[in-house]
Design a protein around this ligand. Structure first.
Ligand SMILES: [Zn+2]
Length: 575
């Protein structure tokens, strides 16, 4: 029951998530990780330890036919390195080699040899996350205070031999996991002293981590939230019944927004998913107001409504000409299959179509009738059936008829090249963002996102899971390219968007080899020069032989500095 509850909570989080998700089938094999070493975000770090990581879907030559675990099947958090004093979590991926539908069996993690009896924790495995991956999730079970250096963990599936059929060979149930705890003194000082802070504005409560961009910008964040909530309350004709709580985290997860009881928003300078803060606040608070009404709705309406009320998905954007662009590019997804498989459909397309369809309903029949529709939905086996029945009740027209009317109205619009390009670039951009996350930061990819209970994190003052993240020069170079691509979309500069996305995709296709693309290679060189000078790049603008790198200092100061660099005889130098 508890597992089910956890899964439901997670599904709710992902389902409501606004700036999240796009579904790629879970069976897709992630692009292998490049061999970048994690770059320490401080000046005084020793060589980083190899990162324990996973490719759970990779088949081995002789795949066992019973329950088993293989090297790489344990993911350790926080990533990518551990320091003494970290409170550590594990995701253990068990394989049901005999396809017996095994679930609910115990998994234990031991410090050292199980025979020595130092069990850290034991939990039961189950389907986890949107992809339903079979795993045992150990959240904050190992407090490493007082430990340092090389450690060995042992993971044992079904240690009490509960499974009678489907686990014939118990020898393949055991995995030894070596890892290194770096000394506490090696952790960047700002991370060592990191703790949760709280502030309150007229509309909202904010929880954020000390020493981060959120702390630096909290006054403008508060103002943006107050403004967004006033906007949404006016748009929906309702008021929030109580203050909203926003958790501002210092690493990107998914597209930067997850809503459950509280709303978690990624707030960082190198936000390579590019969502505008105002838009995220509007979208997430629209969800909260929507939920205040109670009742059930198809996901395409839930997400469409939040997008409609916010005036765009990631930024302000007119919906109709962008859907017309989808139609022209044969990227349009008919509403029935979209409704039935909303979160597995192309993410940006689904949100846009939902918002555009609602715009059509409101513009044609008025807001009041749309508000009636919101309370007209009845549970049905399929979301398309729920949608169809609700529309018939409210508008005396079914889904197919209304969709045909709507598409006819879109067909009458004059073609708009700007927004056609915008939607195509937006889809390519976010598909590339997700591809990067799958390859280089799988704990950020929405299907496999590591989002432990933030309430507990705040209570226990655990911050590393929401702040530390892969930040090798290679990560920074690709992320700054994505940042540049995202800004170019907003600037209406498709050539730059296309070039930057091409560079990122070339490197990902080459398994992390930056020689695959000259622009990517320049970004990596510029990143290295900045890092060597004590700066962490957040944005890079390159123009021929000159570049401007907007950076924070590696010593933990979050003030942004503009560095100017020039290339002479093929070598980048600071001016
Ligand atoms: Zn949403």
């Amino acid at each position: 029951m508890r597992r089910l509850l956890t899964l439901l909570i997670l599904l709710a989080a992902l389902a409501l998530a606004c700036n999240t998700l796009v579904p790629v089938a879970i069976t897709e094999t992630p692009v292998p990780l490049p061999t970048a070493t994690p770059y320490p975000t401080a000046t005084a770090l020793p060589t980083a330890t190899p990162r324990p990581t996973v490719s759970p879907t990779l088949a081995t030559p002789a795949t066992p036919t019973d329950l088993y675990i293989s090297p790489g099947d344990v993911l350790i958090h926080p990533e990518p390195v551990l320091y003494s004093g970290d409170v550590v979590s594990f995701e253990v991926f068990a394989h049901d080699g005999g396809h017996k539908g095994l679930s609910g069996f115990p998994v234990a993690v031991y410090l050292g040899d199980p025979a020595a009896g130092k069990e850290l924790s034991q939990v039961r495995a189950g389907a986890y996350g949107l992809g339903g991956r079979l795993e045992a999730t150990f959240t904050w079970v190992w407090d490493t205070t007082g430990l340092a250096g090389a450690q060995t963990l042992t993971v044992v599936l079904d240690p009490t031999d509960e499974i009678q059929i489907g686990d014939e060979d118990t020898a393949n149930n055991v995995l030894t996991v070596p890892l290194t705890l770096l000394p506490r003194a090696a952790e960047p000082p700002v991370e060592q002293s990191a703790h949760w802070l709280t502030s309150e504005s007229a509309c909202c409560v904010f929880r954020y981590i000390s020493g981060t961009a959120a702390e630096r910008d909290i006054a403008s964040i508060e103002a943006a939230a107050d403004e967004a909530i006033t906007f949404v309350e006016a748009g929906m004709g309702r008021e929030l019944s109580s203050k909203l709580t926003f958790n501002l985290i210092n690493r990107l997860l998914g597209h930067g927004g997850f809503a459950s009881d509280t709303v978690t928003i990624s707030y960082l300078d190198r936000d390579y998913a590019g969502g505008g803060l105002e838009n995220v606040f509007r979208h997430e608070s629209a969800h909260v107001l929507d939920r205040q009404m109670g009742g059930t709705r198809p996901a395409v309406i839930t997400e469409g409504l939040a997008t409609y009320v916010a005036g765009g998905h990631f930024k302000y954007e007119p919906f109709a000409p962008r859907v017309a662009g989808l139609l022209a590019q044969t990227r349009y997804i008919p509403l029935r299959p979209l409704a039935d498989d909303f979160y597995s459909s192309q993410h940006e397309t689904g949100y846009l179509e939902g918002a555009a369809f609602i715009t059509y309903l409101v513009d044609t029949f008025g807001w009041d009738r749309f508000a009636t529709l919101l309370s007209a939905f009845q549970p049905a086996p399929k979301d398309s059936a729920m949608l169809d029945a609700g529309l018939r009740l409210t508008y005396n027209k079914g889904l197919d008829e209304l969709e045909a009317d709507w598409l006819a109205s879109l067909g009458a619009l004059p073609p708009d090249a700007r927004w056609q390009t915008d939607i195509a670039d937006t889809i390519d951009y976010y598909d590339t963002v997700r591809r990067y996350q799958q390859a280089d930061d799988p704990s950020a990819y929405f299907l496999t996102a590591w989002i432990p209970d933030i309430e507990q994190a705040v209570r226990r003052d655990i911050t590393a899971d929401y702040s530390r993240h892969p930040a090798a020069p290679e990560n920074i170079a690709l992320e700054t390219l994505l940042v540049r691509a995202g800004r170019a979309i907003n600037e209406g500069d498709p050539a730059t968007t296309g070039r930057c996305l091409e560079a990122v995709n070339a490197v990902l296709e080459a398994h992390g080899d930056f020689a695959a693309d000259p622009l990517a290679h320049d970004y990596l060189l510029l990143t290295r020069v900045a890092l060597e000078s004590g700066y962490e790049p957040q944005r890079i603008a390159l123009d021929g032989d000159s570049a401007v790198v907007t950076a924070t200092r590696l010593d933990g100061s979050t003030a942004l500095t503009e560095l100017k660099l020039t290339r002479t005889n093929g070598v980048w130098r600071m001016n």
